[in-house]
Design a protein around this ligand. Structure first.
Ligand code: ATP
Ligand code: MG
Ligand code: MG
Length: 381
């Protein structure tokens, strides 16, 4: 069969492998880690760095199309590969999204509101920042994720200290917004410009990490859902994006919508699609990169996704890891367990997720509550 290639060997790559293999493809994974979650299930694991020219050449010779599963892949590697093989998303789109300064400016230019912010390249930029940005959040422009590389700052002095703490790496300083809720839109866009949108997910973060995503028609105001969908499509079109893309949004207490950030890949908040949608986000990724028709994105049922972080492996006040009660989880109707095959559990590390399905949102929530109780996850239905 034909081969598809992916840069990155994390859990997103692993779930991509499963989906692409279901469509009859063989998958080659490029990742330096000998024990990467995707490398373990790939048809070929090329164990090398993302800039290793020989490894990139091997990948492009083998594969008919290449994608990426993490946003910090060197954009130049994507461009190099694109000389010989179809690459999606393009290095140019990924380069914009990798840098919060460029990303925010780009989103705004696409006509979508973002939080008030300034780019911080030197301390002077904090001195001259408008008062309205405090209290705010200082975020490193590159390489931050799961709330890492961020500092909540209540004053200019605190922002200055945080900037020093980040070794004066380029940052954005944005205003702390009064959030009513958070949502995300995941879409796929093909080489032909056709777009398929999944229903938006309502997201709950804890300590800067996604904890719960809930998806049901009844959750969202239709006009807000429409605005978010339109904004995500505008951004994808402006980026001339091919592949799966996520846009995170804030809903403010006054009801307005603000785009937070873009992920140039399938997203944690889209894992619900694996069980509650006619096609998964990973199947869409394979379809889009291969130039196949995009899959149907209809919802099959209401769903609550619970993230499984490494913390669950550590009983309270105990330093030793123990395996959570999976059998207990699997005894609950509608609970679909996905584990990423990571050998070491660490607090804050994403180890898996559970999609909890129900005939109604209320039923999905009651079941999610049961799953949460068994695992020791905080969840309020
Ligand atoms: P991810 O893992 O999603 O890539 P990240 O490290 O890039 O996370 P952000 O998405 O920028 O970080 O922020 C993480 C969370 O912090 C947001 O989901 C939101 O809950 C909160 N947050 C971020 N920026 C703001 C803001 N300007 N106002 C209020 N809350 C915010
Ligand atoms: Mg991010
Ligand atoms: Mg985020």
């Amino acid at each position: 069969g034909d081969w598809l290639g992916i840069l990155g060997g994390g859990q997103l790559g692993r779930m991509f492998c499963h989906a692409a293999q279901s469509l009859g493809y063989k998958v080659a994974v490029l990742d330096p880690d000998e024990h990467s979650p995707a490398g373990a299930v790939a048809d070929l694991h090329i164990q090398a760095g993302y800039q290793d020219e020989a490894a990139l050449a091997r990948l492009s010779e083998r594969c008919k199309a290449i994608t990426t599963e993490f946003e910090n892949v060197p954009a130049l590697s994507l461009e190099t590969l694109a000389d010989n093989v179809r690459v999606s998303p393009a290095g140019a789109a990924v380069a914009i999204v990798q840098d919060r300064i460029q990303e925010k400016a780009f989103i705004r230019k696409a006509g979508v509101p973002v939080a008030p912010y300034v780019a911080v390249r030197q301390s002077e930029d904090i001195v001259t920042a408008p008062d309205t940005l405090f209290p705010g959040i200082l975020k490193v422009a590159r390489l931050g994720y799961d709330g890492k590389g961020q500092a909540r700052v209540s004053s200019r002095a605190e922002a200055m200290a945080a900037f020093e703490g980040f070794q004066q790496a380029e940052c954005v300083l944005e205003a702390m917004l009064p959030l009513a809720s958070e949502l995300s839109v995941i879409l796929a866009r093909g080489y032909d410009g056709k777009v398929a949108l999944f229903p938006s997910a309502q997201n709950e973060h804890r300590d800067g990490i996604l904890a719960v995503s809930t998806v049901d028609d009844s959750l969202l105001d239709a006009s807000l859902a429409g605005q978010a969908a339109d904004a995500a499509v505008s951004i994808a079109q402006a980026l001339e994006y091919v592949g799966v893309l996520c846009v995170e949004f804030f809903v403010l207490r006054d009801g307005s919508l603000v785009a937070n950030e873009i992920a140039p890949r399938p997203h944690n908040s889209g894992h619900f699609t694996m069980n509650a949608s006619a096609s998964s986000q990973f199947e869409q990724q394979a379809r889009a990169m291969a130039g196949l028709p995009l899959g149907n994105t209809d919802s099959l049922c209401p769903v609550v996704m619970l993230n499984l972080l490494g913390d669950l492996w550590f009983a309270e006040n105990s330093g030793t890891a123990r395996e959570p009660d999976w059998a207990g989880v699997l005894a609950i109707p509608g609970a679909k367990l996905h584990l990423y095959g990571k050998a070491q559990a660490r607090p804050g590390r994403k180890m898996g997720h559970v999609n909890v399905l129900g005939a109604t949102l209320a039923e999905a929530r009651v079941r999610a509550q049961q799953v949460a109780q068994i695992l020791g996850i905080e969840f309020r239905p």
